[in-house]
Structure formats: structure tokens, C-alpha cells
Design a protein. Structure first.
Lengths: 373, 354
């Protein structure tokens, strides 16, 4: 719905309002400095740093095995994928050849993580546009995945299952069956998501044409993940630079060209279906073999610079390591998807209403610790 | 069973025995007011419990079940907690208006209850402009909300209050016009007479097509009038935190909270009275037992309350401009046409009577 400007003799004044750091829509400690005219947003300025923990600096202190644990605390909803990113970088640097079993299990767990993350996003998305019930439906299904994780990794959120050289321990005997049960369950429940929210007229009115991001802007702002793909920017790392077992599965990259909030929403729903199909292709034939290869107790990377990117639930996570040949990295930089995605918030929110800002922010799917690190 | 259910008169007649007539009538009214206050404060608390239970059923949860059997004392405990809480406020708030605001809201809600015919003759005040009184009183509440937002010295509260003002003023038109549509059918504003005419069939059946349209518009506008989802722009929590009552605590907050639930009851009770025959039982099955009318009245009202809760727990929230578009571009024109259709139907005597 376009905004029509009414010229009148009324004098309107812009005013400033603080949204956050404690505000329900910012999903954590993000502070938005809003300049608004009535309900219309003139400027959005994110203010970061409320949960900055110097993770990158801490990485310079720690050994490579320890760094993996820190990454859990970045994007806590994709903790497994974050772990995988660091492990892959280290493994590439050491030129380790991983067993197939490790690759397949990592891929399955990554996709389960993606579903879990999107379930939570879907629930919160509904809540942000005012449908409170979605939250519980999203969590119902996410709980099942968390239970699978708990059994196999020993943790529900910060999993720490990957180590440089493989997996910390082998999968639990129940893992395959429970994952299959979950897929069967979720196939019946995902259409429910559409019935409850996607098809709702009010929801479509709230999201269609709201927060439009063009493909060019998506590229120039460095958008990745569902945000970029919602604008028609094919940026799926799994497809373009396959890692782990993604080269042996077939899946479609969810792409929409509209670039609005609804497109980003649809991309994520589509990704859940794709993730299920990836898991189904792999779950029945997990290769036998070792769950890790032996590495030195103290890992020293050869002198040089290493980069590896993975697709987390939010987009492209890059790990850039500069090593001087010691047991710690000289410098470690994370390229987090949330930071780049947040940078375009001002671009898509200006001119909209406060409600539009909340709806578009929901589809950026921000995790604040990922932005601040 | 031959007890007089007209409580105001009964009490006054009894009091006249000991005191002058003027004092008796004032005292009688006060007693009735206190009875209503007590009943509906408790009823409001149980509506809160019902809402929490309904929300739980929609959301795959159990809901409150710790305080008392089935959580029956949960909201009582909550109320006690709210009474014992400190009343906080912002430093530069306009203290007088800030303290006044909750009373506007709660008083307007409670006043509207006086005219409902809970059963035959069980009505505190049967005034001849009943419908008009209801519409007038229900629009007083918005003053309280505007004052609360204005005086809190909080920008989020102010945005919430302004949204509320614009919303309530718009949707009152629809409420008024849809009720007027039904008044055309009955030819009276007095609630007891409106019920009398429904002995020939509930008005929603008598007026068939335009009555059903009027009912739907009424329910939409009524939900908006009470500031409940999907029209809860006023306290859109993901946008404004708590909206106009952000800065209120303790019992003052409780007044707003209670008023919301009593308002919901009122909206449903008006719909029951005007569309579904108030205390009349279907096919007159319990006509010989007048006090059973309370059961029918509350039953119908609670069905409509449940409908409004159903809205709240399934629909997302509209945006503020969409809300106004819905009212001014859709509901209002439909309503105006609907009134004309109803007038023609009444004029040509096309109503259905049993």
C-alpha cells in the first residue's frame, strides 16, 4: 500500500524515539534510533555493541579446538553450522581428508539446525506481526529437533559437536530413527504453518510490498541467505561452493524475485522443505567408518591465510584465519550474515510505518550476538 | 417461582419502609451499583482466566493450573498481587491526568453494564434510550486512554494513545450504524422493548440478510472498539511495548486490564441483546422459568466472547493505515447501504416472523 502525502496547514515535526535496547521487537539487545514523523519512519540507525564479547580477540588467545566453542555463542540458533565453519577452515588448512561418515552427519545436523532455526524464526515472525499463537507451533517442532540434538551431542543449543578433524563422538543409536520420525511429523505440520499464517489475508497485507529490497541493493549491501534470495540474488553457498556433503545431494535453491517481506518469508518456508529433502536423501545411507581422523593434540596451522564460508540459517558465514604457524591464530575474522543484513534495515524501512519496520526486521531474522560477536 | 427480578425497584420499595423516598432511591441505586461492581469485578477476573485458558488451548498448552483447581484462583491471586504493588509513575508526568485516566476507562465500562436485561425485569436501569446510552458511554473510555497516553510522558504511550483515539472514533461509526440498522427493525431504543420484539424470532433471523451483515460489521467494529487483536494497535506489543499503559503499575494498570475484559463482555452482551434475543431461550423452551434467562443471556454472551478470543489468538495484527482503510473505505459504505436495505425490508414488511 503506497503512502500518500497529505499537504495541509498542520505543522508536523519529526521526533526521535529509542527502540531498544529493551524492546520486544528487537529480539535481544539491539537499539534502534528512530526518527519518525507521526507513524512514518524517516531514519533508522542501529546502535550496536550491547552484547559485544570480543569473540574475535578471544580467538587470538585460544587454541583452534577452543575457538570452536566460542562460535556457538555467536549465532546461537545455527551453532552447529558455526562450529562447522571453523572446523572446515582448520581442516582445509591442515589438508585433512575427512571420512564420508563425518561429512554426511555434519550435513544432516546442519540441515536439522536450519529447520530448527527457521521454526523459531517463523514463530517469532508471527509474533512480530501480532499472531501470538505461531510462537508455540514453531517451538513444538523445534523441541523435537532439540531432543535429537540432546541425545546425540549432549546439548540442545550450544552443541559443540564438531571438532577439527571430525565429530566429537559418534551419533547416538536412536539418531536415524528419531530423525526419520521427525521428518514424517514435520511433513504433516509444515502445511499447518501455511494455514495459520501464510494464507492469512491480514498477514499478506502486512508483508506484501513492505520492505522492498532490489537485487542490486541486496548485492551492494552484502545481503546473503534468505534475505538475498528473497530479492532474486542467487547466493546459496551450499549450491555455489559446496562443502561437506552438499555436492552429493540434489536440492533447489529457494529463490524469489519480489524482494519484499513476503518473498523473504516464502524463501524460508521453502528452505524448510528443501532441508527436509536433503535430510531424506542422506539419512538412509550414512556411510560406515570412523567419526573423526586423528589430529595432533596441539593444532598448529601452517603459515598463511585461510578462508572458508558456509551457509548458516541466516546467510553466509565466513571464517578468515591468518596464521603465523603458532598454536593460535594471528587474527581471526568472522564475516557474520546478521551484520550485513542489519546494514540494509535503514534502506528498506524508511518511508514505512512502525509496523512495517517490525515486519521487515522480523524477516531479516537478526540474532544480535551474531552481529555484535 | 414468583420473585420480582427488577432489583432496583425491589430494593427501593424495601428501603422506603424506613426512610424518606429521596434518600431511599439514592441509597437503593448505590446498593445496586455496589452489587454490580462486585459481580463484574469478579466476572472480569474470570474472563481473564477464560482468556488465558482459551489461549492455552489454541497454543498447545495447559494454561494456569496451579492456584486452585483448574487454576480457578489464579486471577484472584494476580489481583491481590496487583493491589499490593507499589504505584509507580514517571517523573515529569502530568500527575493529575495521569491519576485520573484509569477511572475514566473503568467507570465507562461499568456504567454500560447498568442497562443490560440479564433476564426478564432483571435490569438495573431500563431507560428508553438504552442503545443510545450504550454507544455514548462506550465512547467515554477513549478519553481515559488518550489521557493516559498524553500524561505518561512516554513517547510509546503517546503513539499508542493517538492510535487508540483514531481507531475508536472511526469504529464507533460502524458500531452506531450497525446498531441503528437493527433499531430500524425494532422501532425502539429501549433494550427491554428490543427483547420483547424478539419473541417473534431473534432479530438476526427477523432481519435475515441485512441483519447478518450488520452483525458481522458489529463484531468487527466491536473487536476494534475494545482494542483487541487483530486491532490491538494501541498496545501492539511488538511495536510499542505496552502502548498507553506502559507507565502504569499496580492497581491502576489493573483498571485498564479489567476494563478491557469488561468491554469485551459489553460488546458481546450488546450483540446478544440486539441480535440473539438476550435472555430469550431458543423456541421458548424455558419461558415458564424467568430466572433461567440469566443462563441464556450469559451463555450467548460467552459464545460471542469466545469468538472474540478466537480472533485474538489466530489473527495477525493490522497496520494502522490498513485499519482505517478497512473502516472508511469498506465497513462504512457497506453499512450505509445496509441501512437502506433494512429500511426497504421493514417498509415492504419482508421480515421473517415466527
Amino acid at each position: 500500500m503506497e503512502t500518500t502525502l497529505v499537504k495541509s496547514n498542520f505543522k508536523s515535526e519529526e521526533y526521535f524515539i529509542n527502540m531498544g535496547p529493551q524492546h520486544p521487537a528487537t529480539h535481544g539487545v539491539l537499539r534502534l534510533l528512530l526518527t519518525i514523523d507521526g507513524e512514518i519512519i524517516k531514519k533508522v540507525e542501529p546502535d550496536l555493541g550491547y552484547i559485544h564479547r570480543s569473540i574475535e580477540k578471544m580467538c587470538e588467545r585460544d587454541s583452534y579446538q577452543q575457538i570452536v566453542h566460542l562460535t556457538d555463542r555467536m549465532d546461537y540458533l545455527s551453532s552447529h553450522i558455526n562450529n562447522e565453519a571453523v572446523c572446515l577452515t582448520v581442516e582445509n588448512a591442515l589438508q585433512l581428508e575427512l571420512p564420508d561418515r563425518v561429512k554426511v552427519i555434519r550435513t544432516i545436523l546442519s540441515e536439522l539446525t536450519r529447520i530448527a532455526s527457521h521454526c523459531l524464526w517463523w514463530g517469532v515472525m508471527g509474533m512480530d506481526v501480532g499472531a501470538l499463537t505461531t510462537y508455540f507451533y514453531g517451538f513444538r517442532d523445534r523441541e523435537m529437533i532439540n531432543d535429537i540434538f540432546e541425545e546425540t551431542c549432549g546439548a540442545r543449543l550450544t552443541m559443540n559437536y564438531n571438532i577439527p578433524g571430525g565429530l566429537m563422538f559418534d551419533i547416538h543409536p536412536n539418531f536415524v530413527q528419531r530423525t526419520k520420525d521427525f521428518i514424517a511429523h514435520f511433513k504433516t505440520k509444515l502445511p499447518e504453518y501455511d494455514t495459520l499464517l501464510t494464507g492469512n489475508v491480514i498477514f499478506q497485507k502486512r508483508t506484501k510490498g513492505v520492505g522492498v529490497l532490489s537485487k542490486e541493493d541486496a548485492i551492494s549491501f552484502g545481503a546473503s541467505g534468505p534475505v538475498g534470495r528473497g530479492s532474486g540474488y542467487s547466493c546459496d553457498v551450499r549450491k555455489h561452493h559446496p562443502y561437506s556433503a552438499y555436492d552429493r545431494v540434489t536440492f533447489n535453491e529457494a529463490l524469489k524475485t519480489e524482494g519484499d517481506t513476503f518473498a523473504r518469508y516464502q524463501v524460508r518456508i521453502q528452505e524448510m522443505w528443501e532441508a527436509m529433502s536433503i535430510i531424506e536423501q542422506l539419512i538412509d545411507n550414512i556411510p560406515e567408518g570412523e567419526h573423526k581422523v586423528a589430529t595432533n593434540a596441539v593444532i598448529k596451522l601452517p603459515k598463511g591465510e585461510y578462508y572458508q564460508k558456509v551457509e548458516t540459517a541466516r546467510g553466509e558465514l565466513g571464517v578468515y584465519i591468518i596464521s603465523t604457524g603458532t598454536k593460535n591464530p594471528y587474527r581471526l575474522k568472522f564475516r557474520s550474515p546478521g551484520f550485513s543484513n542489519l546494514s540494509l534495515l535503514n534502506h528498506i524501512a524508511v518511508g514505512g510505518k512502525i509496523g512495517d519496520l517490525v515486519a521487515s526486521m522480523a524477516t531479516l531474522d537478526l540474532v544480535i550476538p551474531d552481529i555484535d560477536r | 417461582m414468583n420473585i420480582s427480578l427488577n432489583i432496583t425497584e425491589t430494593i427501593q420499595e424495601w428501603l422506603i419502609g424506613f426512610m424518606p423516598e429521596g434518600v431511599a432511591s439514592i441509597l437503593g441505586m448505590s446498593i445496586v451499583a455496589l452489587i454490580y461492581l462486585a459481580i463484574f469485578a469478579v466476572a472480569g477476573l474470570y474472563l481473564v482466566l477464560l482468556e488465558r485458558k482459551v489461549a492455552a488451548w489454541f497454543q498447545l498448552r495447559i494454561g494456569p493450573n496451579r492456584v486452585g483447581y483448574w487454576g480457578l484462583f489464579q486471577t484472584m491471586a494476580d489481583a491481590l498481587k496487583l493491589v499490593s504493588k507499589e504505584l509507580t509513575g514517571t517523573v515529569k508526568a502530568d500527575k493529575f491526568l495521569y491519576n485520573l485516566a484509569p477511572y475514566f476507562v473503568i467507570i465507562s465500562s461499568l456504567m454500560a453494564l447498568a442497562v443490560f436485561p440479564f433476564t426478564k425485569e432483571f435490569q438495573a436501569f431500563d431507560i428508553n434510550i438504552g442503545i443510545f446510552f450504550l454507544i455514548a458511554i462506550s465512547s467515554v473510555g477513549v478519553i481515559g486512554i488518550l489521557l493516559a497516553g498524553w500524561s505518561s510522558n512516554n513517547k510509546f504511550a503517546l503513539i499508542g494513545a493517538m492510535r487508540s483515539g483514531v481507531q475508536t472514533i472511526s469504529y464507533e461509526l460502524s458500531i452506531g450504524l450497525s446498531l441503528l440498522t437493527m433499531v430500524l427493525l425494532t422501532g425502539s431504543l429501549q433494550l427491554s422493548e428490543i427483547v420483547e420484539t424478539q419473541k417473534e424470532g431473534w432479530l438476526i433471523l427477523q432481519g435475515h440478510v441485512p441483519a447478518v451483515i450488520a452483525f458481522m460489521i458489529y463484531m468487527i467494529a466491536g473487536t476494534a472498539e475494545t482494542n483487541r487483536a487483530p486491532f490491538d494497535m494501541v498496545e501492539a506489543e511488538s511495536e510499542l511495548g505496552a502502548g498507553f499503559h506502559t507507565e502504569y503499575s499496580g492497581m491502576k494498570f489493573a483498571y485498564f486490564f479489567l476494563a478491557e475484559f469488561i468491554n469485551m463482555f459489553i460488546i458481546a452482551a450488546i450483540a446478544t441483546t440486539v441480535f440473539f434475543g438476550a435472555w430469550l431461550s431458543p423456541f421458548g423452551i424455558t419461558e415458564s422459568i424467568p430466572w433461567l434467562g440469566v443462563f441464556w443471556f450469559l451463555g450467548k454472551t460467552l459464545m460471542l466472547v469466545f469468538l472474540m478470543m478466537w480472533f485474538r489468538w489466530t489473527f495477525p495484527r493490522l497496520r494502522v493505515d490498513q485499519l482505517l482503510t478497512l473502516e472508511w473505505k469498506y465497513l462504512l459504505p457497506i453499512n450505509l447501504v445496509n441501512i437502506v436495505i433494512m429500511a426497504i425490508i421493514v417498509w415492504l414488511n419482508l421480515t421473517i416472523k415466527f
